[in-house]
Design a protein around this ligand. Structure first.
Ligand SMILES: *Cc1c(COP(=O)(O)O)cnc(C)c1O
Length: 390
């Protein structure tokens, strides 16, 4: 372990914390599907594990690695990203105020809007890119500030250091959903956040075959103990097989994320010039309103996620998702395969998003295959529009 302290995160991830089985020499950690663990002759637990709802060998290993990657004192894994997010909210008390960026992952916002009033929590949804709105919401104090950056699916950039300062002055903890950035590109705890959350379903696992969530914290204080206690109490623990797969996925995290980021930047710059693209939303573009902040708080890239607004409104957007051949028309993000989705169809009528918005999750395929695919789909849109006009 002391040896690990000198190693860079890339090395720790690639070697799963320099795992080596003392007995067999195996370089891959074993999978223990066991839900229960026998006691010794003195009736004391033989190892760190007792029962799977409290944790197990794979869970312990993946948590130790995630804590190192985020520069955290500790990390916890959950059955999904939303289970991890909900665990933070459930550690609050009735009467507490939550100040939350309005343009966050819609599934979490929807749950907050239902849950908070029923449990006596005051929810203030604001636009955190507007300082005045934040100051107003924090006046009189708050218990938690929740934000997401870059935020899904508009890829707005929130200034973590600036928000942390204001949150702390108001007596609040700052939690950041860093799913789109990953610890490869952004380390919220080092920027002043108290809690970082990931949908590990996305980049951390990276292969679209595990549903998982994670939290990492700067301090294992009493609030953290409550989150941990609640995870056990409601049974939101990650399964052993999922934890094992997540550890395996994390081994290639740095390669995958850097490659996807480079490709996304290439696609964003090229698509900006396509006549059927009205707007490209990507923090890596110099004309993006959050570009300057992103340059300050992200390192080594701007992520593999971007959105496009295309010509032709709803019909235009739907035409493109039906005509790509390499991009798969599916929801989710952060896998090795590129995905495209018409976000408003997924979110439904209540969605605040424009009809013509397409969300792209860039994978690790050859960049030219991805570019050519989008270009042919957009060119077909031009042809269709031409026909409709005649
Ligand atoms: C997918 C996602 C979530 C929810 O995570 P699940 O693992 O699906 O529960 C939360 N935040 C962001 C940014 C996401 O993309």
């Amino acid at each position: 372990m002391s040896r690990n302290n000198d190693l860079k995160p890339e090395t720790l991830a690639a070697q799963a914390l320099h795992f080596l089985d003392g007995e067999t020499g195996a370089v891959v950690p074993p999978l223990h599907p066991s839900t229960t663990f026998a006691r010794d002759a003195d009736y004391a637990p033989r190892g760190a594990s007792t029962y799977a709802r409290y944790g197990g060998p794979a869970v312990d290993q993946v948590e130790a690695l995630l804590a190192r990657l985020e520069g955290a004192e500790a990390a916890l894994v959950f059955a999904s990203g939303l289970a991890a997010s909900a665990a933070v909210i459930m550690a609050l008390k009735p009467g507490d105020r939550i100040v939350c960026h309005a343009h966050i992952y819609w599934g979490f916002r929807e749950w907050l809007e239902d849950f908070c009033p029923r449990f006596g929590l005051e929810l203030r949804l604001i636009d955190m890119t507007e300082t005045a709105q934040l100051d107003d919401a924090l006046a009189g104090g708050a218990a938690l500030v929740w934000t997401e950056t870059p935020s899904n699916p508009l890829w707005e950039v929130i200034d973590i250091a600036a928000i942390a300062e204001k949150a702390h002055k108001a007596g609040a903890r700052l939690a950041v959903d860093s799913t789109a950035a990953t610890p490869v590109l952004q380390r919220p705890l080092e920027l002043g956040a108290d809690i970082v959350m990931h949908s590990a379903t996305k980049y951390l696992n990276g292969h679209s075959d595990v549903l998982a969530g994670a939290l990492a914290v700067k301090r294992t204080d009493e609030f953290w103990q409550r989150i941990r206690f609640n995870r056990t109490g409601v049974g939101a623990m990650l399964g052993a097989f999922e934890a094992w797969l997540l550890l395996r996925g994390l081994r290639t995290l740095y390669l995958r994320v850097r490659h996807a980021s480079a490709t996304a930047l290439h696609l964003a710059s090229r698509l900006q010039r396509h006549p059927k693209v009205l707007q490209v939303l990507y923090p890596g573009l110099p004309d993006h309103p959050g570009h300057e902040i992103a340059c300050r708080q992200m390192e080594g890239g701007f992520g593999g996620m971007l959105s496009l607004r295309v010509a032709g409104g709803l019909a235009g957007g739907l035409s493109v998702v039906k005509t790509t051949r390499v991009f798969v028309p599916a929801t989710s993000l952060g896998g090795v395969e590129s995905l495209i989705e018409h976000r408003k169809t997924i979110e439904g009528e209540a969605s605040i998003l424009p009809d013509d918005l397409l969300r792209l999750s860039v994978g690790i395929e050859h960049p030219e295959d991805l570019l050519a695919d989008l270009q042919q789909a957009l060119d077909q849109l031009a042809l269709k529009e031409g026909t409709a006009a005649e």
